[in-house]
Design a protein around this ligand. Structure first.
Ligand SMILES: [Zn+2]
Length: 304
């Protein structure tokens, strides 16, 4: 552990990205007295507000979505503030870019650099710049964040402060690998896992708040199993979050934890038992929600 509390800045593309990839890890930091600032780059409305998307599906060109965008953005922000509060941090700021404003642009870079200069983070977290082959919004904000690091580390203009962030992590670097052929050209790899088993129930409850994109209830529990549960299974714990360092780790000696040392003499029962916790079994669904098989695709629909 460092000799003083640290400041972490997470630069998220969409509102839920503030906690649904690295939130368990950030929860650990908040609990030990570190400060967490979450920046939301885009409103997430045009890509992730399913109620509005459903209205558009039903009404087609007769629906002018602009009437609803401001209200929908406020709803999503409120959901995420509640979710982050559960994870233990409440400094949540939105930059207000549109989530279909897809390019890496100087104004996005400057906006992120401005937050870096103000917050002066010790650790910065964002998306892998080549996520989805670097072509989707996560990649745009990941790239913008790296450029913003470079801009903020310079002398700036006029009376701007400078701040060089010493440590950067990409969150969930492998989550989107394999969804399109360009992703295989990426340098994404997970080289660090954080065991979040002790806070996975919080993460499920935080996801329950994200009702505008139907994350609450059954999906929240399923999502925790298939994402955090899969990562956990890779490193012999129940739930984990994965990261990739941007700069290599610098140490005086080679790092190893007591958790790794204990594996030497661990019985298989302990190892398998530790991986086998299922948070859905211990975290009740919100009222009026239930697990259901009624949305399955019938086999006839797969006829070629
Ligand atoms: Zn996102």
């Amino acid at each position: 552990m460092p000799s003083r509390p640290i400041q972490i800045l997470i630069v998220a593309t969409h509102p839920a990205d503030t906690f649904d990839m690295a939130g368990g890890t950030l929860s650990h930091h908040a609990a030990q007295g570190d400060k967490v600032t979450a920046v939301i780059a885009t409103t997430g409305v045009r890509s992730h507000h399913w109620e509005l998307a459903e209205m558009k599906r039903q009404e087609g060109a007769s629906l002018d979505v602009e009437k609803f965008v401001e209200q929908a953005a406020a709803e999503k922000l409120e959901e995420v503030r509640n979710a982050c509060r559960i994870m233990g941090y409440d400094d949540v700021r939105d930059l207000g870019f549109e989530d279909d404003d897809i390019l890496v642009t100087q104004d996005k870079i400057e906006a992120i650099a401005e937050v870096i200069r103000e917050v002066r983070p010790d650790i910065m977290i964002s998306h892998h710049p080549y996520e989805s082959g670097g072509l989707k919004m996560h990649g745009t904000i990941g790239q913008s964040t790296i450029y913003a690091w470079q801009v903020a580390a310079g002398t700036g203009r006029g009376r701007q402060l400078r701040h060089a962030v010493p440590c950067i992590y990409f969150m969930n670097p492998m989550a989107y690998m394999g969804n399109n052929s360009l992703e295989y050209a990426s340098t994404a790899r997970a080289d660090l896992y954080v065991d979040i088993t002790d806070v996975i129930d919080k993460k499920v409850k935080a996801l329950d708040y994200i009702s505008s994109q139907f994350y609450g209830g059954p999906y929240s529990r399923k999502r925790s199993e298939v994402d955090d549960g899969t990562y956990g299974n890779k490193v012999n714990v129940a739930y984990a979050e994965q990261f990739q360092r941007f700069f290599p780790l610098k140490c005086y000696t080679l790092p190893i934890t007591d958790a790794e040392l204990e594996q030497i003499d661990q019985s298989p029962e302990v190892g398998m038992g530790r991986r086998s916790e299922i948070v859905g079994a211990f975290t009740p669904l919100p009222p009026n929600m239930e697990f259901s098989s009624k949305y399955r695709t019938p086999k006839e629909k797969y006829n070629l």
